[in-house]
Design a protein around this ligand. Structure first.
Ligand code: AMP
Ligand code: MN
Ligand code: MN
Ligand code: MN
Length: 282
């Protein structure tokens, strides 16, 4: 029996990754991954090229997406694994998200102009490409390239994070509601997994309420092992998986080789006692 190595969360240039989809697959292969899910933010346009490369390498590529959703006015990321990218309602939601992102980008650029930083919209829309998804990462890269900040992190800390000078809230209503996103993933044949549950800065009680709502809406899994998590965080997330009867997923959330902390396939094993999402995918 083949010992599989899974990585079920990563990004390409189809959203805010640094590598083209085929190069993400190639790099995953080189890092020993045998089952990869490409999960770009609100887009599936990288999947065709990813499949072509996975076929060359004899790797298994799961069709994935990371949907931006809202629940109680906050943004949460829900991963769809094994979705049909052609599903009409899902495809429509992704087209809507592209417009939301385009409009938000114009507003972010206007806020930067008030700080006398010009040319951001032109730069990020060119970087994202004609049918690309404009993300805050694109703005962070622009601010870094301009020498306005010394790192991507500083771009978020000073300009792009919630409450900072160029932050535009999309939380009020723009993104798909959490419950609807789960439904969409189901109707497109996929499994809905709550991404990086410990990265939303929620207090235990709020996280409990989120997981209750997620489970009630038909959500099936949560990420237990993510790119830069501690042993303690794995323990906490696996306890939530058990408590809420959710499948455990594993994904690096790889974006770029320049982030030395997060690499494809470099993931801790799932702890004992959780049921993994793997058997549902193969
Ligand atoms: P968006 O979906 O356009 O709001 O952008 C969110 C993306 O920005 C996330 O998926 C991360 O890749 C990135 N991001 C968010 N917060 C940070 C941060 N503090 N440092 C670096 N990247 C971040
Ligand atoms: Mn991202
Ligand atoms: Mn995410
Ligand atoms: Mn991600």
């Amino acid at each position: 029996m083949i010992e599989h190595r899974y990585d079920l969360h990563c990004h390409s240039t189809a959203s805010d990754g640094a590598l083209a989809a085929a190069d993400v697959v190639q790099r995953a292969h080189e890092h020993g991954v045998t089952v990869l899910a490409l999960t770009d933010h609100d887009t599936t346009t990288g999947l065709a090229a990813a499949h072509a490369q996975a076929d060359v390498l004899g790797m298994q590529l799961i069709d994935g997406v990371e949907l931006s959703t809202t629940w109680q006015k906050q943004c949460f990321h829900v991963i769809g694994l094994g979705i049909n990218p052609q599903h009409p309602a899902l495809a429509q939601t992704l087209r809507d998200a592209q417009i939301i992102r385009y409009e938000r980008a114009k507003k972010i650029a206007e806020k930067l102009e008030k700080k006398r930083i010009f040319g951001a919209f032109e730069a990020v829309s060119a970087a994202a490409g004609a049918d690309g998804m404009i993300t805050r990462t694109h703005f962070a890269n622009f601010l870094f390239a301009q020498g306005i900040v010394h790192s991507q992190q500083e771009a978020f800390d000073h300009y792009l994070a919630k409450g900072k000078a160029a932050y535009i809230s999309t939380s009020a209503s723009a993104w798909t509601a959490l419950e609807q996103a789960i439904q969409l993933i189901h109707s497109a044949g996929g499994i809905a997994v709550l991404a990086h549950p410990l990265r939303y800065s929620l207090k235990a009680k709020q996280l409990h309420r989120l997981l209750t709502a997620f489970k009630d809406a038909g959500g099936q899994g949560i990420e237990v092992v993510t790119g830069r998590c501690t042993a303690e965080e794995i323990k906490i997330a696996s306890n939530y998986a058990k408590q809420f009867g959710l499948l455990a997923s594993v994904g690096s959330d790889f974006h770029s080789p320049s982030n030395q902390w997060v690499e494809l396939g470099r993931l801790a094993p799932l702890p004992e006692g959780v049921e993994s999402v793997f058997s549902r995918l193969l």
